[in-house]
Design a protein around this ligand. Structure first.
Ligand SMILES: [Zn+2]
Length: 407
């Protein structure tokens, strides 16, 4: 959902061709940033972030007053002064709140101003919806103002000790990515997840003054291509060249997402791997077990090979061989099946040693869009956020979201 109070509006004030991005900085004292961002949040677009997906239950608590509504009802079901931990689960498709059957499949938790709701022990700003699906699984969605959501993303995605230009570039791409997902998923239950599949968002604990300052300085600034928002993918380390969105995601790649050379992440830990003499070894048995759910029923595996790799080095597909049997799968799905923190990127080679495969490669992540460590390297070399974004998204321009209309 984009918009406030149910409105799905997204208005641009026009491109920021050469106007300074950071005009507000000089007149704001250091401690004001959090208050300014939070005060402005009332008119921000809302995002829906799934914190828990299809789980058996969720634990909820709050340190102050809150109201619990059945779906979009106007009269609350529960009016609580505070909430000790309660476990919410489903019985026959209806929610059970502790020991109380609520006779509804969806509730909306609205905390009082300044109160945060804890979901499985972590605090979040904004409202929370809990849904029970017909099978009884629980999904928990945080409805949070765009800019306060970003304050929770910045510190989760990169260290806030990084140079300001890299943090500002990160804020702009995270804001743009969030809005592009919200638009694309406007009819779905939620816009994004809170993990690396979307953007890492761990809520209050990962907010800090630097994140609020960066959000304040870049407030409402996004990237557009033509006059359209696009999914500003980004990843940790590209390993020397970013990948084409067309190859990795099967999307029609606009010029900003076609991939570009990057010499700025060379100092990153996983620019090339293995690192520190620690080989990336995955057993044949583990690989075969993880390929099973993809419908691949090889009994043994002789060879794993990346295919369609030029010019950026990232494979589009992977071939899997045993004797005369060959399966080919999407490289992205293969990496996800093995585990994105185990096989760091689709830019790899694999050698069989005994009953193991030993992987070597470049980069960490899907490879598309801004290289976070490259942005860090550019910022340290003296480039500003505009130059960083121009480098990783060639042809894109900065624009500013309008303030939301009142009401
Ligand atoms: Zn890079």
């Amino acid at each position: 959902m984009i918009g406030t109070r149910g409105k799905r509006t997204l208005l641009l004030l026009g491109l920021l061709a050469s106007t300074p991005l950071l005009g507000a900085r000089a007149c704001v004292t250091r401690t004001d940033y959090r208050e300014r961002v939070l005060a402005a949040a009332r008119s921000d677009p809302r995002l829906r972030v799934a914190l828990v997906k299809e789980a058996p239950s969720v634990d909820i608590s709050a340190s102050g007053p809150l109201l619990v509504y059945a779906s979009d009802a106007t009269e609350p079901l529960l009016d609580l002064r505070s909430l000790d931990k309660v476990t919410v689960f489903s019985r026959l498709g209806k929610l059970v709140w502790g020991a109380q059957l609520l006779h509804t499949a969806t509730v909306r938790i609205v905390p009082s101003a300044g109160v945060s709701v804890e979901i499985n022990g972590a605090g979040y700003r904004g409202d929370v919806r809990i849904h029970a699906d017909p099978k009884g699984a629980i999904t928990c969605v945080n409805e949070v103002a765009l800019e306060t959501y970003l304050a929770g993303v910045i510190g989760s995605e990169v260290p806030t000790s990084w140079p300001d230009a890299a943090l500002r570039a990160q804020a702009i791409v995270a804001r743009t990515y969030a809005l592009s997902r919200a638009w694309e998923r406007r009819d779905a239950l939620y816009d994004m997840t809170a993990d690396t599949l979307s953007q890492v968002y761990r809520g209050l604990k990962f907010e800090d003054q630097v994140a609020f300052r960066i959000i304040h300085e870049t407030r409402g600034v996004i990237l557009v291509y033509g006059d359209k928002i696009f999914p500003t993918y980004y990843m940790s380390v590209c390993g020397g060249h970013t990948a084409s969105a067309a190859k990795v995601f099967g999307e029609s790649a606009i010029p900003p997402l076609q991939g570009t050379a990057c010499g700025y992440c060379r100092g990153a830990r996983r620019y090339r791997w293995p690192v520190g003499g620690k080989p990336v070894t995955i057993s044949e048995e583990t690989i075969l077990a993880r390929l099973g759910p993809m419908g691949i029923s090889l009994k043994r595996l002789d060879r794993i090979e990346g295919m369609q790799t030029s010019p950026d080095g990232f494979a589009t597909r992977v071939s899997l061989r045993h004797g005369g049997e060959i399966f080919t799968v999407s490289a992205r799905e293969f990496r996800m099946a093995l585990g994105p923190d185990l096989l760091f990127s689709a830019n790899f080679e694999a050698v069989k040693e005994g009953s193991n495969f030993v992987f070597s490669g470049r980069g960490w992540g899907h490879g598309v869009g801004m290289c976070q460590w490259g942005a860090h390297g550019m910022a340290r070399a003296g480039f500003d956020e505009r130059e960083i974004l121009r480098h990783y998204y060639p042809g894109a321009a900065l624009a500013r979201l309008s303030p939301s209309p009142p009401g």
